[in-house]
Write a protein that binds this ligand. Structure first.
Ligand code: TXA
Ligand code: MG
Length: 315
């Protein structure tokens, strides 16, 4: 039988070499990170960046995150500051994205950052993406590997579901451990969180020893886009469904085990719930449910990020 997933590879010496070669040529690859899977291309190549926007059908005013292996690689592209170093030392590599001033001489394609004078950068932790970054001399522009406004993929098969054979390479790096996108923090002027994530505002505040800005500024950020993280069927939050034809996402011990009930974490662990969120919504959609209801999720720690995504999925 023909393997329909023939563009999904596990990473070994041979496929690593092929992936590097392909990225160098300006091609796009679906790659694993610890947050969600990304659609990666050379951030210094206009051709590659245009391809990413096209594949995703992404509005040109929504900038991409640029991914680096380590500190020594970013100097030519962004201006760093004290707050950046504090957070970098504490959380990187990891699920935190920094918005910084772009350097004039930066080679990052201006379309990648939506022609803004800022760039969002991240240092991913997943072993496989790091082994790829080690072997290339350019950073990777890498949005989540889903069609614009849909659910982010958390494994190689999710990426296949989004793009099929439209991309030559998808690297299988297992399930993304964190399961939701990185926290985005702007470090221009007063630090502020533009997109909540597993690293919370509280933790960032503790490291920076300063209050964070509240209002989202004019910089385009994910929060400014209303419809986002949508499973493609209506999502209703804070209510129980009236019948078993609708799916019900629940959280914690005291829940029934009906067929339309999907528990994000039976033990009531919010990190586990975050890791299961997109996976669960994709599953519900595939099973053919026409609507998703979601019970209340505690609004603290990772719960803040989960509720943010649910709220936008329900728009
Ligand atoms: O965890 C993640 O961050 C994943 C993995 C693949 O690294 N990537 C990801 O990328 O979530 P994406 O494109 O789906 O979301 C990036 C968000 C965008 O919605 C964009 O608005 C924001 O980051 N962003 C990028 N550049 C920015 C900038 N210069 N200023 C403000 N926001 C920016
Ligand atoms: Mg995304």
């Amino acid at each position: 039988m023909k393997n329909i997933y023939s563009n999904i590879y596990s990473l070994n010496k041979k496929t690593l070499k092929q992936t590097i070669k392909s990225l160098k040529k300006g091609n796009i690859a679906g790659l694993p990170t610890e947050t969600v899977y990304g659609l990666a291309g050379n951030a210094y190549s206009k051709r590659a960046v245009i391809k990413i926007f096209k594949l995703k059908n992404r509005p040109k005013n929504n900038p991409l995150i640029i991914h680096y292996l380590k500190l020594s690689k970013i100097n030519k592209d962004v201006e760093v500051n004290k707050n950046f170093f504090k957070l970098y030392n504490k959380f990187c590599p990891g699920p935190l994205t920094f918005v910084l001033k772009k350097r004039k001489k930066s080679k990052i394609v201006s379309l990648a950052s939506a022609k803004l004078d800022t760039i969002a950068i991240r240092f991913p932790k997943h072993r496989l993406i790091r082994s790829i970054l080690k072997l290339i001399d350019f950073p990777l522009a890498m949005p989540s590997a889903n069609l614009s406004s849909g659910l982010s993929p958390v494994n190689a098969y999710d990426v296949f579901e989004e793009f099929g054979k439209k991309i030559k390479t998808i690297i299988n790096g297992g399930s993304s451990k964190i399961g939701i996108e990185s926290t985005v923090v702007s470090l221009i002027g007063k630090p502020k969180v533009l997109r909540p994530g597993i690293i919370s505002e509280k933790e960032i505040k503790k490291v920076l020893k300063t209050n964070l800005g509240k209002k989202i500024n004019k910089i385009r950020s994910p929060g400014m886009f209303n419809k986002h993280y949508s499973p493609g069927i209506p999502v209703v939050i804070g209510r129980k469904p009236i019948n078993r034809k609708y799916a019900y996402i629940v959280f914690g011990k005291k829940n029934k085990e009906y067929k339309n009930y999907f528990n994000l974490s039976k033990k009531g662990d919010l990190n586990e719930a975050a890791a299961n969120l997109y996976k669960t919504m994709r599953k519900i959609k595939k099973k053919g449910f026409k609507k998703i209801f979601v019970s209340k999720i505690p609004n603290k720690g990772p719960g803040l990020a989960i509720n943010d995504r649910l709220k936008r999925a329900s728009n």
